[in-house]
Write a protein that binds this ligand. Sequence first.
Ligand code: DNO
Length: 392
Amino acid sequence: MIESFRWYGPNDAVSLSDIRQAGAVNVVSALHHIPNGAVWEIDAIKKHQALIQKAGLYWGVVESVPIHEDIKQRTHNFQTYIENYKRTLENLAICGIHTVCYNFMPVLDWTRTHLYKPLADGSTALAFEIDAMRAFDLFVLGRSQAHEEYTTEAIAAAQSYFDTLTKEEIEALTKSIIAGLPGAEEGYTLDQFIQRIEAYKHLSKNDLQEHLISFLEELTPTLENVEVRMCIHPDDPPQSLFGIPRVVSTAEDLEVLFERVPSLYNGLTFCTGSFGVRADNDLIAMFTKHASRIHFLHFRSTQRDGKGNFYEANHLEGDVDMYAMVKAALTEETKRKKSGRADWQIPMRPDHGHQMLDDLNKVTNPGYSAVGRLRGLAELRGLALGISRTVE
Ligand code: DNO
C-alpha cells in the first residue's frame, strides 16, 4: 500500500512537512478553490503539484473532483459540466495524476452531527447521533415529509433530545450538518438547504442511479484514453438523509454500478468506515468481489450501537476488522503484481483521526488533525508490516 495523507492545501493547519514526518509519501489533495463544475487548468494543477514536490512528496490522488449538482440531477447545464469534467481529467493526466476520487451524494457530502465527541481517554471524535439528526430534520428544518418517514417512537425520542438543547447547541448542530465539513466544497444556509432538498423531491433512487451510470458511460472513453482511474467514494453515512436518495451504500449498489459500467476505470474508493456503518455490509465480501477495481483505500473504523448512532473509533478498534481488511488489500496487491499490473500498489490513507495530544490545542479540519491521523497511519503501517510477512 502506498502510504498517503490528505492535505487541504496551503491553508491547512497540517503542513506538508508534518505529512512527511508522519512517514507518508503520497499526498491526497484537490484544488479546493476552483468552483464546482469549472475546468481545472494545467497551470493551476502544476502550481499545486510544485508545492507538494518541493516538500519531497508527490501528488498521486485527487480527492475530489466534485460532481456538479446539475450532473446528479441531469438538468440545466449538465452536458457542459460533463465536458468540463473530461477536460479536468485530461489535464490531470497531462500532469501525471491518474487516480481521482469523487462521490455522488446529492446536496451533502459526508455528514456528522457532532464533531468533538469527548472520549474516555481525553481525545475527541466525530460522531453521528440519530436523534440529533432527526431533531434537526423535524424541528430546525421542519421538513414536512419527515413526520411521515419517522415512526412515532422516533419522533418522540427526537423531541426529547431537542428539548434538552440550548440555542448554542442547536446552532452547532445546524452548522455540523449543513455548513459543509472539510472537502464537502458546498455549505448552505437553512433556506438554501431547503431549496436543494426540494430539487430532489421528484428523483427516485433509481433515477439517481441511472444518472450516475449515464455520467460514467459518457466519461469512460476519456478515462480509457488518458488512463485515469475514477474511484467513487461510498455514501457517508450509507443511508438516505432528509429523504434524498443515495446510491453507493450497499453491496447491491456496487453490483449495479459495476455490472452496468464494467470498465476497470470505473473504480471504487474502499472506505471501511463508511461501508462499516451498516451491519448488513459484509466488508470482506464486498472488497473481494470488486478488488480489481479498488484504486484507493480509506482505512478507518466506526463503532455503531445498533440504534443508528456511531462514532469514529481508533483505527484498529470498532466494528471494522482491520486485520482482515489489510490482509485483503495486501493479497490483492500481490495478485496484481503477479499479473503484471502497473498499478499494483494501492494508495491508502488513514481517515478521520481523533483530536488528541497537541491537536487539542490547535484548530484543524474536523477529522483531519495531525496527531490523530499519524496514530492511525502508524498503527496501520505496523499491522501491514506484520501481515506482509504472511502474504504470498
Ligand atoms: C470525508 C471524506 C469525503 C470524501 C468525498 C469523496 O472525510 O472521505 O469528503 O472526500 O466524499 O468525494
